[in-house]
Design a protein around this ligand. Structure first.
Ligand code: SF4
Length: 383
């Protein structure tokens, strides 16, 4: 298996099918302006810190490099491109002003690495690695996201965790600080190094992803970025974006079926049922109240009668039952696993990670059944 990168792992985690389409089938995502913009800023930050004499480039050199590196792919209009290009220049002026104040030659920039995580090869590029006065390492990764990330986000960043692993393997020096540098606002957000447990957990995740890829497990998983650039290959979106399937290649019962009309009718009936259920509930309350107030067990309409009775539902007193059955050695026969309680226990974080993993591994598919969810596309479009 070829080495995995953080981007590939993250793509697999977001949607395994999207991973397959890009990295196994080799489909190319569409060019997007925000990637073009981010890549250019990235290159400029790398250029600024790349080691040279006497130290760092002049502002003019940095801006020249920016204009030469500018990528025009994926912009919606020339006006948008010109506006963002001017904004990028503003960002870089500020970047230059901030980093010339306390410039230090980094230990490495744009450092390529290939590392081994329990037999899985991981490769990547680390934007910048500094050696701190303490003798420890600081890792910096540049980001051009719209929003500034939170500290929690940085503390949970798998990318930084993997980079810490790689650096500690490459240089055999401990990492002291992990930083995501927000280029748009020139803001570094840092966290301390990952603990041994966090590193082990990340290693397990990498191994699990590698195993799933090797086993060709590529289910489509809907997420906040859907539809991606390949909706015509996705079972969630193919019906909307793909080529219609000709009737002759469908099995007999599906030929000539107007599935769009079936969708609308199903959604309408469900909505009607909700209304009807509400009306039934209201009438039920009214009839019960009437019978109770009037002391009646039955009320009559011209064609129907409705009978009312209070029905008791008995429940066992658990302590009493236990006291009876336990001495006979029969208590365990009436106990059974409560999946909800087990789920709550797993979420609570009260159990050690290895026990948690063992419990997750102990799940199996008990049965499958079809389930349908209705989505209001009109409402989606309005939002
Ligand atoms: S549209 Fe969404 S679910 Fe479908 S392949 Fe793309 S990312 Fe996955």
């Amino acid at each position: 298996m070829r080495p995995l990168s953080y981007t590939q792992i993250s793509t697999y985690q977001t949607c395994p099918l999207s991973y397959k389409l890009q990295y196994v089938d080799g489909l190319e995502p569409e060019a997007k302006w925000y990637f073009s913009f981010g890549d250019t800023l990235h290159k400029c930050a790398g250029y600024f810190f790349r080691q040279r004499l006497p130290g760092y480039p002049s502002l003019d050199e940095l801006l020249d490099f920016y204009h030469h590196s500018w990528c025009s792919d994926g912009w919606p209009s020339p006006e948008d491109e010109a506006r963002e290009k001017a904004y990028g220049e503003h960002i870089l002026r500020e970047f230059w002003r901030i980093h010339t104040r306390d410039f230090r030659v980094p230990l490495a920039t744009e450092r390529m690495f290939i590392t081994d995580i329990q037999g899985v090869k991981l490769r990547g590029f680390i934007d910048r690695i500094d050696k701190l006065d303490s003798g420890r390492l600081a890792i910096v990764d540049y980001k051009s996201n719209q929003q500034l990330f939170t500290r929690d986000y940085v503390e949970g960043s798998l990318q930084l965790t993997l980079y810490q692993m790689a650096c500690e393997q490459l240089w055999d020096m401990p990492v002291e600080r992990l930083t995501l540098y927000h280029l748009r606002t020139n803001t570094p957000v840092s966290s301390g190094p990952r603990t041994r447990e966090q590193l082990d957990e990340a290693a397990r995740l990498v191994v699990t992803v590698a195993e799933n890829i090797a086993a060709q497990r590529f289910p489509a998983t809907e997420n906040q970025y859907c539809p991606c650039d390949f909706p015509q290959y996705c079972p969630y979106y193919r019906h909307q974006y793909g080529e219609p399937v000709p009737d002759r290649s469908k099995p007999e019962p599906l030929r000539g079926v107007d599935i769009a009309a079936a969708v609308e009718r199903y959604a309408r009936l469900l909505s009607d049922r909700k209304d009807i259920d509400n009306q039934i509930e209201e009438l039920r309350d009214l009839l019960v109240q009437y019978c109770q107030v009037e002391g009646l067990n039955r009320v009559y309409g011209p064609e129907h009668a409705v009978t009312f009775r209070m029905v008791e539902r008995k429940a066992y007193d658990q302590d009493a039952v236990k006291a009876i059955l336990e001495p006979l050695g029969l208590w365990h026969q009436v106990l059974q696993l409560d999946p909800k309680k087990l789920g709550d226990l797993l979420k609570s974080g009260d159990i050690p990670p290895d026990v948690q993993q063992a419990l997750v591994a102990a799940t199996e598919v008990a049965s499958t059944h079809a389930q349908l969810w209705v989505r209001d596309l009109k409402k989606d479009r309005e939002e």
